[in-house]
Design a protein around this ligand. Structure first.
Ligand SMILES: C[S@@+](CC[C@H](N)C(=O)[O-])C[C@H]1O[C@@H](n2cnc3c(N)ncnc32)[C@H](O)[C@@H]1O
Length: 227
């Protein structure tokens, strides 16, 4: 499969920065702690984990959110399978994913375990292990999400910053996010940008601002309203 590659530079040899979007892939403070604070705690995880729990994500990037989540799934000794579906327009090469993940000593072991599997992910769009069903849908999420049959329990909304990647936060896409969320499903995102909050509210979520990670004062979380 021919995949469009991201155009990258590396800050301090370890943090990938998109030249196309002029934005880093994760917090310059600590990407892994950001994932835990924003996406896990922001969605009430690990408390909501259960067999078959389905996480969806806009922006697979380096795979850091996936590996951090799976580590938490293991740490809390969950039974069954975690489902994780991510949408990505510019898949990163396995070598770049491994390099980006190497900045985080806490995921060294799980990153080494998954390193040989990334080529298969980009060949087939899927990885299946006894504990994980991973699917990464390659393409522009504005086209791929509305056509998917996904029903997510929670969302990691992790596009580049809304100022630089506005298409990943627009009203139609936030509506598609809500349409593909189970009743009382949730989302979390690191941004508190006003137009993102308004788009999510209009799409059918009740939206709250909460304490952000690192140098960000606020982030946004929400729950899908009862129909
Ligand atoms: C902040 S990074 C995601 C970081 C990632 N969650 C991780 O754990 O490393 C944003 C991602 O959104 C992707 N992206 C940007 N615009 C997109 C679009 N229209 N459709 C799908 N993915 C897009 C970028 O290629 C990038 O991988």
């Amino acid at each position: 499969m021919h995949l469009p590659q991201p155009d990258l530079e590396w800050r301090d040899d370890k943090i990938p920065v998109s030249l196309q979007f002029d934005d880093p892939y994760f917090s310059l403070d600590n990407g892994l702690h950001e994932t835990r604070h924003v996406f896990l705690a922001g969605n009430g995880l690990p408390d909501r984990f259960s067999d078959g729990f389905h996480i969806a994500e806009l922006g697979f990037g380096t795979g850091l959110n996936l590996l951090t989540t799976l580590l938490e799934w293991r740490r809390t000794k969950q039974n069954g399978t975690l489902r994780f579906t991510s949408f990505e327009a510019y898949p990163m090469s396995p070598a770049d994913m491994v390099l980006a993940q190497s900045a985080f000593p806490e995921i060294t072991a799980i990153a080494a375990e998954f390193a040989p599997l990334w080529p298969e992910l980009w060949q087939t769009g899927r990885l299946e292990t006894p504990e994980l069903f991973l699917s990464v849908v390659v393409g522009d999420a504005r086209q791929t999400l509305p056509n998917s049959d996904l029903e997510a329990d929670c969302w990691f909304l992790d596009g580049f910053s809304p100022a630089k990647n506005p298409e990943l936060w627009d009203a139609d896409l936030m509506q598609a996010v809500a349409d593909h969320t189970n009743p009382l499903g949730t989302f979390a995102t690191y941004t508190a940008a006003g137009f993102v909050r308004r788009n999510l509210e209009a799409a059918g979520f009740s939206v709250e601002r909460s304490a952000g990670y690192g140098r960000k004062r606020h982030m946004t979380i929400g729950t899908k309203k009862d129909a």
